[in-house]
Design a protein around this ligand. Sequence first.
Ligand SMILES: N[C@@H](CCC(=O)N[C@@H](CS)C(=O)NCC(=O)O)C(=O)O
Length: 80
Amino acid sequence: MPVYKLEYFNAKSKGELTRLLLSTADQEFEDVRISVEGWPKYKSILSSNTPFEQLPVLTIDGKEMSQSGAMNRYLAREYG
Ligand SMILES: N[C@@H](CCC(=O)N[C@@H](CS)C(=O)NCC(=O)O)C(=O)O
């Protein structure tokens, strides 16, 4: 079973569909919620592999993926 971590703000918006997809597929994931106040500091330490320096970021077995549409399509395909 893949290890998932989803980093997003404590809001619905672009991260919520990913949370719902993972939950509906019964996949455990680390739900990391960043506060708006904490974002500038968090952004400065985001991995250099995170090309757009934006959230959401989905990490799958240590590999980071950005762009909510791409991650949602991936999960939808993966779990039917
Ligand atoms: N095209 C990206 C857009 C991501 C995006 O706009 N993220 C916003 C929050 S919804 C963000 O990280 N804003 C903070 C910033 O750009 O510093 C996606 O769909 O994932």
